[in-house]
Ligand binder design. Sequence first.
Ligand SMILES: *Cc1c(COP(=O)(O)O)cnc(C)c1O
Ligand SMILES: [Zn+2]
Length: 426
Amino acid sequence: MKPFHYACSICSTTYAQDDVIYTCPVDGGNLDIVIDHIAIARDWSPARIASNPDPSMWRYQALLPVSIPPANSNSLRTVGGSPLFNAEPLARRLGLNHVWIKDDGRLPTASLKDRASAVVVVRAMETQVSPIVTASTGNAGVALAGMAAAAGLQAVILVPESAPQAKVAQLLVLGAQLALVRGSYSDAYDLSLDVSEELGWYCRNTGYNPYTSEGKKTVSFEICEQLTIMADPTHQNRNWIAPDRIFVPVGDGNIISGIHKGFKDLQSLGWINRIPRLIGVQAKGSSAIAQAFDIGTESIDPVRANTLADSIAADRPSDGLRALRAATETGGAYVTVSDEEIISAMVSLARQTAVFAEPAAAASYAGLVKYAQDKDIDPDEHLVILITGNGLKDVQAAIQAVDKAPTIDPTVNEVRQLLANTQNRT
Ligand SMILES: *Cc1c(COP(=O)(O)O)cnc(C)c1O
Ligand SMILES: [Zn+2]
């Protein structure tokens, strides 16, 4: 196993690898995995990584706390490498010059959670614990089911019974042992902790298992490396270029804290000059972290989450403290958006860029729209919108967002009429 140790995000106590599995025994704080930046910087460089033809997140194996999965581990070996592209027409409408979209809806199970579940599954292979259990609003479970299937491990997934149908379908098809829990995500969460403790199963829970953010941090590496290659195809640059701001949808807060961790790693290695401002976007109906940010406190009061963006519905964010610091320590901010704003962002994002995002993922674009209206952004800043999940995962929400399709008789005249009607409307 690789050399690293853990450090508590609350009391800063450090622990050796064999001393803890999940959270700080003293205060329950989330553990950061501290990799050996000096040793890594001695052997590795952006140029050495650039010479690796493997586009997956495993190209950053030197910065990960787990080993690279075997070549025959199916799609587990392919996670990452999602496209980053320039959305100039969309940028112009907001009075901006450089908006980039990072589309993680294209990962094997169609959400960013694959990055986290991949690392957790490799850790489970290394430590030979199974089955793996997780509570999930949907995507984390789907990603675990997928990565476990790819690795031939058993997974048990606990989701609230309100989970969107398409995610339930993915879970069932991927063959995990799925249970729909009567209650909310918080109820499923508490149950999974009890199950893990009493039955000795390995728990993947977000904001509990320290490996999830290590997987999620790879999106920061990719954003920097991809921006650098586009700005400088011949790799003259010895270091990586970081964007100015990144818009990240936030529920439990583990994606934004993982992204922050990724940039802190890069800064410690001396591979970037500055960390981007991280802008967390929460749904108005699930905004525990945004409220704490506004008040300026590190104590996060629970809410009763109520939003159609199921992937960012969290009563008590399990990684709230680190998620809050991701904004405060980077000069970032939190913004909240209503369900109406999310739905309309979902449609306008799709129509401008061909990216069909699930509601939680469209929230990052809704956040940018709002932020660009309310705040002064220098139009020359490089902004990244992180798309965390694919729109096909929640068809119900999508259908609500658009007009009904007309039903017609099979005649040319009716088709001609259609277009005339559309042109009248626009
Ligand atoms: C999980 C998820 C989020 C939020 O991530 P947190 O770590 O809970 O903040 C956002 N969008 C999608 C699509 C997700 O699956
Ligand atoms: Zn602690």
